[in-house]
Write a protein that binds this ligand. Structure first.
Ligand SMILES: [Zn+2]
Length: 275
């Protein structure tokens, strides 16, 4: 499931190729049209002739701002890829995968395809983000903004929640953008066990968490951008320390990495060096 780093890296790569570009065509795979939270015929008809004026990210959503005519009629396409959503940038000659949900063609023969192999992604085409995208107005601050927030504000925010740390980090009302994979990585970095309660944190633990969140996210964005063969549609996460590494050796202490939960949505941590 793409989380903040994958979507941020994607945004960094896509923005210069799409911002300012006119959409020339939009097509929807008839087998997947049910995934659009807006009638397919409108979606496919309303996108062409619009200009993509901005490409931003909010939590685990990618947000395409569009305008019809200069300064006129703003509309947003919002994509939350959930478990199986991926993006593919291609020119028209690359074969279209069977998992394609829709394709947007822009000036310069650029195609952006949204693929989904679980059919769980959420796609919205709206005029007002806050009232039309479920959960939007409850989203907390961006997870990569905690440094700017400052340690004291972070402590205060933390104390409003009672969850176990793993759930806390995945709670989009606490911070937006972190899911199952990066919560494992952040807790490993902070040396905190995932099932600990927030209330058990000492001031030094809070500080460790405060430092670990932006550090892990920034490193991941860098790792993704540094990989010249990175394929958005495959989502390589081999740079991770513990997530999906159950049974392997901890890179920090040599202990065996633990796993709870299913193989698809595992919770990984090290009992040797996380307390
Ligand atoms: Zn360890």
């Amino acid at each position: 499931m793409p989380e903040l780093p994958e979507l941020e890296a994607l945004r960094i790569r896509l923005a210069p190729r799409l911002e300012g570009k006119l959409i020339t065509a939009a097509t929807v795979n008839p087998k997947k049209g049910h995934m659009l939270r807006y009638p397919v015929e409108h979606f496919a008809h309303e996108l062409p002739a619009r200009r993509i004026v901005s490409l931003t990210r909010r939590g685990k959503h990618l947000v395409f701002g569009t305008e019809l005519g200069a300064g006129g009629s703003e509309r947003w396409m919002v994509i939350n890829p959930m478990l199986g959503g991926r993006f593919q940038i291609a020119d028209g000659s690359t074969p279209v995968p069977a998992t394609e949900v829709f394709t947007i063609r822009a000036e310069g023969k650029q195609e952006m395809r949204y693929l989904d192999f679980r059919d769980m992604g959420r796609i919205y085409w709206v005029t007002d983000l806050g009232s039309e995208v479920p959960g939007w107005s409850q989203l907390g601050p961006e997870a990569d903004s905690v440094t700017a927030m400052g340690l004291e504000a972070f402590r205060k925010r933390l104390r409003r929640f009672r969850d176990e740390l793993k759930d806390l980090l995945r709670n989009q009302e606490f911070l937006a953008g972190i899911g199952n994979a990066y919560s494992d990585e952040i807790l490993f970095e902070a040396r905190l066990l995932p099932l600990r309660r927030r209330s058990s944190l000492k001031p030094a633990d809070e500080e460790a968490l405060f430092a670990a969140i932006p550090a892990v996210l920034a490193r991941a964005v860098e790792a993704i951008l540094a990989n010249p063969n990175y394929d958005e549609s495959k989502q390589d996460r081999s740079f991770m320390a513990v997530h999906m590494k159950g049974g392997k050796t901890c890179p920090r202490c040599g202990h065996r990495i633990s796993q709870l939960g299913s193989n698809r949505e595992p919770l990984n941590f090290c009992r040797g060096c996380q307390l």
